[in-house]
Ligand binder design. Structure first.
Ligand code: C5P
Length: 400
């Protein structure tokens, strides 16, 4: 429902295969209480029907520049200024070219030209069209005109090619819209959030260690988004190649034992998210001096000892347990079944499961499944930032 005094968006839907994603975008904007009026180009009507758009937006859909009835109800100039932000999604190569040239031959381009509000575009087109010098020239012009841009992403295209040109996912566009409208909702305001991230390093001797490929990206994205959603965030991180997100209290650690101690020192978190890739074993007796390689000596036999399970320890605390404890499960097979077993074994409230058989470590995007006592939710692939935002919004809902 649109809240009184809520901000509103004028969404211009261009004619591309990605137009179907505009329906989900409208749903997301409505769910966040934003008013949403829609203009469709004639080409857009080939991909989605005005009836679907009207049903989702709860408003009349505009498409004619020279419609007497529309003009008497709301003139095109008024329409172009009625919202706080104009969003063009999908922004086709044709619409971008029209915008860059200042053309106003139909209602969509006229409204975009006549608006006095900020404009955000979500480009969507074939990879070659995107890389064409004409499109890149238009993009540079639009950026120079102060137009905001979200996406496009790389991926498989409807036309069978692969590359840049896929429209940003609706949730990514919604997040960009909320950022532009200034201070989206702050559902984690007043909440303390503890996040673990990155790998741990378990020493063999003073110069060698055992570690893993975790980049820390997902944990850092979670910390960054948690701050944006209003939380007070402590990020306990193993060694990674990224600076701490702004506004986050960073506690840098190396070993699993240090990570656990740092987590236990955080007073009464409301939400704990363990995204770190903690080494399951440490070297039982790290050598106090560098191990020497003598010509004929045997390689050293390393004995291992188990590391503390941080997630399990924090989830099974009898005193001062966070209200919500969330773990990750990186699996290469039987993703859901393994995550369900992990949920029980660890005693946490939620497991974010992802299939790492396709190489998620260090990648920018992630496909996750939410596994809790109330069932499984499968989420579409999205950037790690977007996955982070959705996880935190979900947790904020559970903490309410
Ligand atoms: O048991 P497994 O390593 O598959 O579980 C993964 C989840 O448990 C992740 O959330 C990870 O951060 C957490 N974990 C932990 N301490 C460990 C091992 C895993 O917090 N020693």
């Amino acid at each position: 429902m649109e809240k009184p005094g809520a901000k509103s968006v004028l969404l211009v839907v261009g004619g591309g295969i990605a137009a179907y994603k505009a329906l989900e975008l409208i749903r997301l904007l409505k769910a966040r209480g934003l008013g949403t009026r829609v203009i469709m180009t004639k080409a857009a009507e080939q991909f989605v029907t005005p009836l679907s758009v009207a049903a989702l937006s709860g408003e009349k859909v505009f498409s004619e520049l020279f419609s007497l009835t529309d003009e008497t109800e709301m003139g095109h100039i008024e329409l172009s200024r009625s919202a706080d932000l104009v969003v063009v999604a999908p922004a086709t190569a044709d619409l971008m070219a029209k915008m860059a040239q200042g053309l106003a031959g139909d209602l969509a381009s006229t409204a975009i030209l006549a608006t006095d509000k900020p404009v955000l575009i979500a480009p969507a087109m074939n990879v070659r069209m995107w890389h064409h010098p004409a499109t890149q020239r238009n993009l540079a012009t639009l950026r120079g005109d102060g137009i905001h841009v979200v996406g496009p992403n790389a991926g498989d295209m409807a036309c069978g090619e692969f590359g840049l040109g896929r429209m940003a996912e609706p949730a990514e566009i919604a997040a960009a819209i909320l950022d532009l409208l200034g201070g989206g909702a702050k559902p984690l305001a007043g909440r303390r959030v503890l996040i673990t991230a990155g790998p741990t390093r378990e020493p063999i001797d003073p110069v060698r260690f055992i570690s893993n490929h975790s980049s820390g990206k997902q944990g850092y994205a979670l910390a960054n988004e948690a701050v944006k959603l209003g939380a007070q965030v402590t990020l306990v991180s193993g060694p990674v190649a990224m600076p701490a997100p702004l506004g986050v209290q960073l506690v840098a650690v190396e070993t699993a034992e240090q990570m656990l101690a740092a987590c236990e020192a955080v007073p009464a978190p409301d939400l704990v998210i363990c995204a770190a890739a903690v080494a399951d074993w440490k070297v039982a007796n790290p050598a106090p001096q560098k191990l020497k390689k003598n010509d004929n000596s045997e390689p050293p036999a390393l004995a291992f000892a188990p590391n503390p399970d941080i997630l399990k320890t924090l989830a099974q605390k009898t005193k001062g347990r966070a209200r919500l404890v969330v773990g990750f499960a990186a699996e290469t097979e039987n993703v859901i079944a393994n995550a369900e077993a992990k949920l029980k074994r660890k005693g946490c409230d939620l497991i974010i499961a992802n299939d790492v058989s396709q190489g998620v470590f260090g990648a920018g995007r992630n496909t996750v499944h939410l596994v809790s006592a109330s069932g499984v939710e499968n989420w579409p692939q999205a950037s790690k930032d977007e996955v982070a935002r959705r996880i935190l919004e979900h947790c904020a809902g559970l903490l309410k």
